[in-house]
Every structure is written in C-alpha cells, then in structure tokens.
Design a protein around this ligand. Structure first.
Ligand code: NIG
Ligand code: FE
Length: 384
C-alpha cells in the first residue's frame, strides 16, 4: 500500500478535541490509517501527493441505520402520502412480498447500487439491516447478502408480524430458530418497538435473546408515537435508540444519563411529512446524537448523509458543526466504533473532500453534489 499526502486543505474537521478544525492543513494516509495531521507547510513527503486546492475535508460519513436489502417499488405509496395519506408502516408487508419473490442476485444488485450511491455522497461506513424477509430462510439470506457489503449487519426479524401468525408466536420464532440462522451473519439485533409492531415485552424478549446470542442491541423506538422503546434501550445498554421522534422528559433524561446514542433519522420525517424530533433538546440535555439516513423504500428512500445534515440543521435545531459531528463521530458511537468518525493519527483513513471551502456548505448548499472525492481505507474509492 502506498502512502498519500493530501495538501492544501482549506478546512480540516478532525473531530479530535485537541486538534479541532485546522486551516491550510495536510493529512498523510499510510497503510489504510491516518499517519499524520498538521499544517501543509510541515507535511512530510509521501509516495503520492494530492492537492485539495482549498477544499474542505471531513471524516467519512458513518450511516448507522439503513434497510438496503429489499425488492419492489413503493413510489405510489409515497405519492399517496404526499396527497394526504398517513404513514403507518403497513407498507412494510408490500416490500416483504417483493423481497421474498426476488433472487439473491437481484437483492445483491440493489444493495450494491445503494452502497455505491451512498459512497458517492461521502458515506464510508454503513449499517445494513434485514427485516424484509420475515421467515427463517429469507432473514438468513438477507443478512448473508448484507454481509458481502459491511460488517455492520443487523438482524431485524422483528420488523413487523408477517401475515398468517400472531405477535407472540412470531416473537418466539424470532428469538429461537430465526435468531440461530441469522446470528452467524449479524453483528447487531434490532426490533421495531411501536404500536402495531412489537410491544415492550416482545421487544425486550427479542433484544435479550439477541444479546444472549452475542449480538449488540439497537432499537427502532418512539417513531410514530410515545412508547417504552427508548427506556428499554437504555436499560439493556443498547448502543443506539433510533428515531426518537416522540420523547418524554424521562426519555431524554434516560438517554442523557447513558451511553445509548439517540440516532435521529430526519429523512423519515421528511418522507412521511411528520414533525421532526428536537435534536436541540437532546444535545442540550447531554445526550449523544447521531444522524442516519434510514434508507428504505417506504419511509425514507434517501442514501444521502449530506441531505440529512441539511435537514438536521434546518428542521431539528442543530448547528452545522453539531450535525456534521453527529453524521461522523455520532454514527461511530452508535456503532460502538473508535476507529472511524474522526481523523486523528491512527484512525481508519476514511475521509471526504468537498468542493467547498468549509463543511458549513453541507447545510448551506442543500441538494448540491459537493463531494469531490472519497477515500476509504486509505484508497480513493470515488473521485469526480
Ligand atoms: O425505520 N420503522 C420501521 N421501519 C422502517 C420503515 C420501513 C418501511 O416503511 O418499509 C423505518 O422507518
Ligand atoms: Fe429504520
């Protein structure tokens, strides 16, 4: 592996409190790691040099919540919602039918297309969930396909209760035979804790079974209404509680007093025309906040972390600096990773070069393709 020096960085966001944000900076990448960070004038030589010409550089985006293993199309459901229909999660079953009918190669092609789409928008780490199979065989193969693209795979057999069974019988299947088939391909276990999906007791059973099988816990909580999900996540030491749209004061305090990350998914509120969660309340209370796309064909069909940053700033009362941190370091914390989300010496060499003088532009110029190049694991993975 050859070493690379990036020079002429107009603004370098390191997410390292002792380094902060540097002007006229350089970074040396070697062996897939950050080997040196400092002023361009002091940069040591490397095998290859790349002049960024005043562009901003940020850590690669970490997207800790995406549902990419699916087939079928739900654009008509979106159009109906924009004409006034509510979002209930009922459309998940439409995707389940299409996913079960699809071949492995079709699913693989869809995941590959979306991972590449995300990479071109700066995402260097992505979590991928199952959850549109809902049978032992279909959950197992969804995770097997997901594992071809990321180590951050999540077993979401408890997404909704499929037709032909009841919630308690299905929960028992998820905690038993389905978990046994899924666990070898999964890092995490997740459950949709919501009225109409799984209640507090069923969600607790799923997460405890997953933890006992060696998986880390995460949860879909408090998305469509208030509920027990956030406090369940905190009580079980889950890495992340995701959505957090309808929070009580007790939920906010529980998150703030824990190392469970509140992962906010503003693409879902955008595409379901719902009120956004208030990130300001969470940040001010001391909770750790991450941003994720929730990329899925129903409630949030975006793979764009820059779009989520723009929404978080405009609609969720985050500052541009907070939203960038949440899209990088916040996501790393939601995945309990210490090697990504920052650019201090020793970090994984994952970074994004922007066609903009500062990272503020990610929110200031929404919808504009500002990503000029993406380095993943020390290699130029994409370049315009
Ligand atoms: O995170 N909330 C549950 N699951 C997804 C939506 C899935 C779908 O509508 O297909 C979510 O928003
Ligand atoms: Fe989700």
């Amino acid at each position: 592996m050859t070493s690379v020096v990036l020079t002429g960085i107009g603004e370098l966001t390191t997410n390292d409190p002792s380094l902060g944000t540097l002007a006229d900076a350089a970074v040396v990448l070697d062996g897939g790691r950050v080997a040196w960070v400092g002023p361009t004038a002091d940069a040591p030589p490397a095998d290859r040099a790349f002049d960024v010409d005043g562009g901003a550089v940020v850590p690669g985006f970490v997207d800790p919540h995406a549902h990419l293993v699916f087939a079928g199309d739900r654009s008509a459901e979106f159009a109906a919602r924009m004409a006034g229909e509510p979002y209930t999660g009922g459309g998940i079953r439409t995707t389940v039918a299409a996913t079960r009918a699809a071949g492995d190669d079709h699913l693989r092609a869809t995941v590959g297309r979306l991972v590449t789409e995300a990479l071109r928008q700066g995402t260097t780490t992505i979590e991928i969930k199952s959850g549109y199979g809902l049978s032992v065989a279909d959950e197992e193969r969804s995770l097997r396909v997901a594992r071809e693209f990321t180590d951050e795979t999540t077993f979401l057999g408890a997404h909704v209760v499929p037709d032909g069974t009841d919630a308690d019988s299905y929960t028992a299947l998820v905690c038993g035979e389905m978990l046994t088939a899924a666990a070898p391909h999964a890092t995490w276990v997740d459950v949709f804790c919501e009225r109409g999906a799984f209640d507090g007791a069923q969600s607790e059973a799923v997460l405890r079974a997953g933890i006992a099988a060696g998986l880390g816990a995460r949860i879909h909580a408090n998305q469509l209404g208030p509920g027990p999900g956030v406090r369940l996540a905190v009580s079980l030491g889950a890495a992340s509680a995701d959505h957090c749209t309808h929070l009580s004061r007790a939920d906010v305090e529980a998150l703030a007093g824990s190392d469970t990350v509140a992962t906010l998914l503003p693409g879902a509120e955008f595409a379901t025309r719902s009120p956004y969660p208030d990130a300001r309340v969470l940040v001010d209370a001391g909770a750790t906040v991450a941003l994720a796309t929730d990329c899925n064909p129903g409630s949030s069909y975006t793979s764009s972390m820059p779009f989520c940053i723009a929404l978080a700033v405009r609609e969720m009362r985050m500052t541009p600096a907070e939203a960038l941190w949440s899209a990088t370091m916040g996501g790393a914390k939601a995945l309990r990773r210490t090697d990504i989300g920052h650019l201090r010496t020793g970090a994984r060499a994952d970074l994004v070069v922007l066609d903009a003088p500062s990272a503020v532009y990610l929110a200031y110029r929404p919808g504009v393709p500002l990503v000029r190049a993406v380095v993943r694991n020390g290699e130029f993975a994409w370049q315009r």
